[in-house]
Design a protein. Structure first.
Ligand code: AMP
Length: 282
């Protein structure tokens, strides 16, 4: 497995792979890798000749300086895991390498980037589009792998791909969870033992609510989830929205959309750690 830190080295390797007509899968990550990331990488290794994994804590997508400073960084362990999974190449650049000049590009794909995370983390999806568009331009992958843990992110990236006419397939991958249901996340390592113990209540409430759709309205179901989670000391729901899975617009009637997703963000503990999760209703 090759580890490169510069765009020039990355592009030179990509050019060689393309010359050999090899298919390329790209897995963008911010490192501190876990089994959720591993599932994306394994899928790419299965479906492509070459798998490129980027490990880059992208500063432009953080709207909270402390969150950026505290974000876990474990490049050595990440590379060991990626090698064991059969990745071809790791791209681990510095921020200066990616942004030699401030990125002034503005991306706007309403409503996908204005609701939920877009509303509560201003500028977040603009930063995501900045880094992902650069990675797509550098790597020119045949397939890009993204986790459904960041359900809204996939919708925003699909909108960007359509807008900028990137020629690749976006491959959504299911959420990988801990045994107790907590969605795996790099930020989980920041939870105290006590916080880690209460965090699974989020997915428990989501799962329980799936059955409610037979007997309850969308609004009642939404409130049931919020109340159940807020009843746990140390957890506080920032938002819970039940949305059309394609447009991400909130629905008021179960029949309003063909596919329906519930998307949640919860503050856990004193710091607090911001945890996101989502569930499919239909
Ligand atoms: P991140 O390093 O958090 O930016 O995540 C990199 C990619 O891994 C994104 O596409 C995430 O959606 C995906 N990912 C993160 N956690 C999980 C998980 N628990 N299950 C599936 N995919 C995940």
């Amino acid at each position: 497995m090759k580890i490169v830190n510069t765009v020039a080295e990355l592009k030179a390797s990509i050019a060689a792979f393309k010359q050999q007509n090899k298919t390329i899968g790209l897995v963008p990550t911010m490192g501190a890798l876990h089994q959720g990331h591993a599932s994306l990488v394994s899928r790419s290794v299965k479906e492509n000749d070459v798998t490129v994994v980027s490990v880059f804590v992208n500063p432009t997508q953080f709207n909270d300086k402390n969150d950026l400073a505290n974000y876990p960084r474990t490049l050595e362990a990440d590379c060991q895991l990626l090698e064991s999974l059969g990745a071809t190449m790791v791209f681990a650049p510095t921020a200066e390498e990616i942004y030699p000049e401030p990125d002034t590009r503005q991306f706007s794909y309403p409503p996908t980037d204005t609701v939920m995370e877009g509303a509560f983390r201003p500028g977040h999806f603009n930063g995501v589009c900045q880094i992902v568009s650069k990675l797509f331009m550098f790597v020119e992958p045949d397939r890009g792998y993204f986790g459904e843990k960041d359900f809204q992110q996939i919708a925003v990236i699909r909108a960007m791909v359509k807008d900028l006419k990137f020629h690749l397939q976006i491959v959504p991958c299911p959420i990988v969870r801990e045994a107790d249901g907590l969605a795996m996340s790099s930020r989980n390592t920041l939870l105290t033992a006590q916080e880690r113990q209460i965090a699974p209540a989020i997915y428990k409430a989501l799962r329980r609510s799936v059955n409610l759709q037979q007997t309850h309205t969308v609004e009642e179901t939404k409130q049931a989830v919020i109340n159940e989670i807020n009843a746990v000391e140390g957890l506080e729901v920032q938002y819970y929205e039940i949305v059309d899975a394609e447009t991400l617009v909130s629905i008021t009637d179960w029949n309003q959309a063909e596919h329906v997703q519930g998307c949640i963000t919860v503050f856990c503990g004193h710091t607090p750690i911001r945890l996101i999760d989502n569930i499919n209703y239909k």
